[in-house]
Design a protein around this ligand. Structure first.
Ligand code: CO
Length: 209
């Protein structure tokens, strides 16, 4: 059986969790009450729950290539709406990672196929910051800086969604954070100040009901 090892691992894991806490799975089956929404890269080296030491049920997760937040992405918007309006998460964490292949590709002039259309959102960010970025001689450092700028951009995109703004105008307490993860040492860092209301957003992006 091709996935034999994984089924063996799974059975061992389920047994260990149950030994730890006999009511664990029955409690999870009733409901999930995560306080956090993680928006991260699909990169296999960035396992959301593990990095922040949270168990199943504690972190609601959305991942895509290069942690991009696109206003017409129904997949992302559905996750966000459910997290904000039903689960009522208190923290939305936009989490990039250094050395991101998607970010690197968006800074190059090579075609990769369909994914170029997705990465185009990041290419626009690169274009806006190009002069600052081009001052950084080392390519890896340049990509890493771009990874940080991408987090700031996607964090702003989260704040600009009608879903987040409607929640804030209802008085719902919710923070949006910009974070970045280093694959080299496993540490998470803050990229910029967190936002908990519309006052820091440029006026044209503010919408109320
Ligand atoms: Co990545």
């Amino acid at each position: 059986m091709p996935l034999r090892d994984l089924f063996v691992n799974n059975a061992a894991w389920a047994e260990e969790m149950t030994r730890d806490d006999p009511a664990f799975f029955s409690a999870l089956a009733d409901q999930q009450t995560p306080r956090y929404l993680w928006i991260g890269c699909a990169d296999s080296r960035v396992p959301a729950n593990e990095i922040v030491g949270l168990r199943p049920g504690e972190l609601f997760v959305h991942r895509n290539v290069a942690n991009v937040v696109v206003h017409s992405d129904l997949n992302f918007l559905s996750v966000l709406q459910y997290a904000v309006e039903v689960l009522k998460v208190e923290h939305i964490m936009v989490t990039g990672h250094y050395g991101c292949g998607g970010v690197r590709a968006s800074m190059q002039n090579e075609q990769y196929g369909l994914i170029d259309n997705w990465l185009r959102h990041i290419r626009d960010v690169y274009y806006r910051h190009q002069s600052d970025l081009d001052d950084i001689e080392d390519e890896d450092l340049r990509v890493d800086r771009m990874c940080e700028l991408n987090v700031v951009e996607q964090m702003a995109n989260v704040c600009h969604t009608s879903i987040v703004q409607a929640a804030w105008s209802r008085g719902q307490k919710m923070w949006v954070h910009g974070l970045i993860y280093s694959i080299k040492d496993g540490l998470l860092h803050t990229v910029c100040s967190s936002i908990n209301g519309p006052d820091k957003m440029p006026r044209p992006y503010r919408v109320t009901r």
